[in-house]
Design a protein around this ligand. Structure first.
Ligand SMILES: Nc1ncnc2c1ncn2[C@@H]1O[C@H](COP(=O)(O)OP(=O)(O)OP(=O)(O)O)[C@@H](O)[C@H]1O
Length: 771
């Protein structure tokens, strides 16, 4: 090993961190200074402070993200240029502000991921730098220009070594970024254009989730202006999964992304309830939209007989024909229910006014009405102010909230076959995730009358933007050294965030609204009608047709990345084909791409899991595993009364020295297993960082552990209509070892590939085991 090369790299890394420390200190002291200024409440001073705090906080987040593994590679080009690659871009403090490290997302960084000996992309050498804290621990060089005879002493199969070390590392219960080892097929997806719908399909462990997260980071980098303002939404299957992936984007310096489950997408509603899978399936059908629309129309009624209304000038009758006429006129506007209501109300008021005028102004001799237009207007005003008239209108065309409507619908579900209605009938109780798309649909059908408030808001907003632009121009003119425009430096290597990348006048003005300093993500979370700049959906195969309706409303530009694997669909409401999901929204104008290499599951485990799928579809081909461990998964038989004890023993035997173990068992067995697994985390949002976690099969979606113990696979298979998919998911979660514990006979589809231990073989083993 060449110590000279090593030393040079260490010196570089030491200098780089010193620069990072300086930048961080500068940003921190600017934020501190800005926050202690301005007690006067002066408008302009507050705006200036906002600019500073916003830009410096964005930079600080990026600098803090860079602390671990800041620099991980070096590109040596054939023309002599040399760039270090980093998690974020950093410049020197010299007069030219020379780039020290370039952001992995910059175009110039691409050869790091794509160059091969066959297509070197101008590279002479690619170096992988491994660090621990601020210390260089290894260098791996790849020669890409085969005519180059210079050697550093660190040559070898660099990419494989670094990748395999990453894949073999013990799991922490949190997903990590993969910027050091993004593979070429993944890079192409990450940097794909942001317009349109991109579907990324792939078997378990092919990197769909991690690629989607890096794509979010890339899009925020490449289209920062657009996406920082409109925000990026990432939808995941459950809160535990979101916690699992939650650190990846911050580790890449990106904090402005909203991560949410479907149950969290209706502001003001917390979905804590659960549905049976059959009920969720009914609620998820596209036909629910029609049923709800008809239910809303049913609330637009006509009285029979008419409603009598006492009025100062005598009794009025709101009759059926009058209501039908007003209803037809209101419906004809095509507006949602609550927005069409004023049209109904005006028509009724007009009709009642006419009725009254006809009576009190009638000429007994058959001549024209005595009342003039002013008298009639006066009568109309009095009717419009009448409490009784309002009560009658409310009865015939009530103002409704989505919550009211869905509660009433679930109490008496109409327009469904009886058998389905019974499945979803519910009076009271908490909202469930499957209710959220219904609430959203109801909100669309009802509409929200905020037109006056919006117009006033827009006028104010325009004023604020004009003002903020002035302040930004000022801030730009007096910019500090670090925030200078990047035009005048090497364009390719220009990836350090500048003030104007982080805040523009519109965003700044938005932030200033009523001291509203929330990020786009935070504001989006509170606004049902927010249109996101891009939406990423993980485990997309699980979402129901009603959920797709909700998501498409949140993304009118249809700029979306959907990742999933139909072979892992567990939810009965889930869709079977992408065309079925996307056809209604984009026809066939969507792109499909496939990841084919399994980075998680060793070949021995994948073979067992594939048996489960092959039992259903003999032509099934799993993704190829990149690794094999040489360890065959084991199955342990147990007597029913010994199940919990056998699971506990298996956990004790298989627990990794470092890393995490998951016991995956049908939920009905959890109470019994919890007692035998002291210290294990379990429940609806288990702590995945604990050494041992107890999960039901559906909870394991998207997760991974060093070791997995699957309990009672037969019951998982028989547990639902998609039981085979659930078992397939559970079996493919391990990065190192898999064990299966079962009572009774092992399901046929699992027998091949598992080393079986019966009760007897265990007893023999115990007997011969040294004391
Ligand atoms: N290029 C890579 N370098 C290092 N690790 C990688 C790479 N690609 C994927 N991985 C790792 O492989 C594992 C599986 O990735 P991920 O969870 O994204 O797969 P998935 O396709 O979403 O799986 P599933 O469908 O089973 O949930 C993760 O630990 C991820 O970090």
């Amino acid at each position: 090993m060449s110590t000279e090369e090593f030393q040079k790299e260490q010196e570089f890394i030491t200098g780089l961190y010193a620069r990072l420390d300086d930048l961080r200190e500068e940003a921190e002291s600017t934020v501190r200074g800005a926050l202690t200024q301005v007690g006067t409440g002066h408008h302009q001073a507050k705006l200036e402070r906002d600019v500073l705090v916003a830009e410096q906080s964005g930079l600080l987040a990026a600098f803090n993200a860079g602390e671990s593994g800041l620099c991980f590679g070096r590109l040596d080009f054939q023309d002599g240029r040399q760039y270090h690659m980093g998690r974020i871009g950093i410049r020197q403090s010299d007069a030219d502000r020379t780039p020290l490290v370039i952001d992995w997302r910059a175009d110039i960084a691409r050869p790091f991921y794509l160059a091969t000996g066959y297509s070197p992309m101008g590279l002479r050498r690619r170096r992988h730098i491994s660090t621990e804290g601020r210390t260089v621990t290894a260098l791996h060089d790849e020669i890409l220009d085969l005519t180059d005879t210079t050697r550093t002493g660190h040559e070898g199969s660099a990419a494989d070594t670094v990748l395999l070390a990453a894949l073999d590392a013990a799991r922490s219960g949190r997903m990590h970024d993969i910027v050091r080892t993004i593979q070429a097929e993944q890079d192409r997806i990450i940097r794909g254009p942001h317009q349109g719908v991109l579907v990324v399909e792939g078997g378990p462990g092919t990197g769909k989730t991690v690629v989607a997260l890096h794509r979010a980071a890339y899009l925020l980098y490449a289209y920062r202006d657009l996406l920082a303002r409109r925000g990026v939404l990432i939808v995941g299957p459950n809160p535990a999964f979101l916690a699992y992936i939650g650190e990846v984007l911050p580790s890449l310096g990106e904090t402005g992304v909203l991560l949410a489950t479907v149950g969290e997408l209706f502001p003001g509603v917390t979905a804590t309830g659960t549905d049976t899978s059959a009920a969720a399936e009914v609620k998820g059908r596209a036909t629910m939209a029609d049923a709800l629309a008809r239910f809303v129309r049913d609330r637009q009624t006509a009285p029979d007989p008419g409603i009598e209304i006492e009025h100062d000038d005598g009794r009025l009758v709101l009759d059926r024909a009058m209501a039908e006429d007003a209803r037809a006129a209101a419906r004809q506007t095509g507006l949602p229910h609550n927005l069409a209501r004023p049209h109904f109300a005006f028509r009724i008021i007009d009709a009642l006014t006419e009725q009254l005028a006809d009576r009190i102004g009638a000429d007994p001799y058959g001549g024209p009405n005595f009342l003039g237009p002013d008298d009639i207007a006066q009568l109309g005003k009095a009717i419009a102010l009448s409490g009784e008239v309002h009560a009658a209108i409310e009865e015939l065309w009530p103002m409704l909230t989505p919550q009211q409507l869905v509660t009433e619908y679930l109490a008496d579900p109409v327009y469904l076959p009886d058998i389905d209605a019974e499945l979803i009938r519910r009076t009271g109780g908490p909202w469930t995730p499957a209710d959220v798309p219904l609430l959203d649909e109801a909100a669309e059908l009802l509409g929200h009358d905020d037109s006056a408030a919006r117009a006033a808001e827009e006028a104010e907003r325009q004023q604020r933007i004009a003002y903020a632009q002035g302040v930004l121009d000022m801030a730009y003119a007096s910019r500090t050294y670090e925030f200078e425009d990047k035009e005048d430096v090497d364009k390719d290597a220009s990836e350090v965030l500048g003030a104007h990348d982080i805040v523009d006048a519109e965003r700044m003005a938005e932030r200033h609204e009523e001291a509203d300093h929330r990020s786009a993500a935070e504001r989006a979370a509170a606004d049902r009608t927010w249109a996101f700049g891009h939406i990423i959906v993980d485990e997309a195969q699980e979402l129901s047709a009603m959920t797709w309706r909700l998501l498409m409303r949140r993304c009118p530009t249809r700029s979306m990345t959907l990742v999933g694997d139909p072979a892992q669909t567990g939810d009965e409401a889930g869709c079977d084909s992408w065309q079925q999901i996307l056809g209604p929204y984009v026809g066939d104008r969507w792109e499909h791409t496939r990841l084919r290499v399994n980075y998680r599951t060793p070949a021995e485990i994948m073979e067992v899991a594939a048996g489960v799928r092959r039992a259903e579809d003999p032509s099934f081909e799993p993704p190829g595993s990149v690794r094999s461990t040489g360890v065959r998964p084991r199955a342990r038989g147990a007597r029913p009364e010994d199940l919990a004890r056998t699971v506990a023993e298996t956990v004790a035997d298989e627990a990794p020295r470092e890393g995490r173990l998951a016991v995956v068992a049908p939920a009905a067995l959890h109470p019994e297993l919890v007692a035998a697994l002291p210290g294990a985390s379990y429940g609806t949002t288990p702590d995945l960082t604990r050494d041992v976690v107890l999960l039901d099969p559906r909870q394991t979606k998207g997760l991974e552990f060093d070791t997995v113990v699957v309990v009672e696979p037969g019951r998982i298979l028989a547990g639902s209509a998609r039981g085979a998919n659930d078992l397939y998911v559970a079996l493919t979660r391990a990065t190192q070892q898999l064990a299966v514990v079962h009572t009774g006979a092992l399901p046929e589809c699992l027998r091949e590939g598992l080393t079986q231990e019966t009760q007897e073989t265990q007893q023999i083993q115990e007997a011969v085991r040294p004391a």
